[in-house]
Design a protein. Sequence first.
Length: 163
Amino acid sequence: MKLEIVKGSVVYADCDAIVNAANEQLREGGGVCGAIFSAAGSNELQRECNAIGWCKTGHAVMTNGYNLKAKHIIHAVGPQNGDSAKLKGAFYNSLVLADSNGLKTIGMVPISAGIFGFPLDQCADIAIKTITSFNPRSLEICYIYCYSDREYQTFTNKLQKNC
């Protein structure tokens, strides 16, 4: 699977699925979560999330993409306490969910590195190692969308070191 780092907002990604850095209650939040809900259509998306109920930290669930270019939103719950294993789980389970549904492209974000305060350098390391070691059946391309210059530079540097 090809991995590309993209400078920009995942909200506008033209992928089969984008990943939302979600909370366990699957409620509209701030940061990237709030932007995704707003662009997708908050009411419809929240209704579907309410029907799912919740998602355990380190896991992921999938909803429709509604008004987004992406057909699906994968809501991945990263840790708020710096738990590396659960962050790896959030990235890995997002990939499994996309791949098991026959998707070809996924747009990810630096899960937990925003409002949840996970160290960006560690997040980039975990994300890139998890994605590059994943053995997909259908996924062809994974994009990591970095909103800030700092995120973009950190992820780009980590990817160059891992290749």
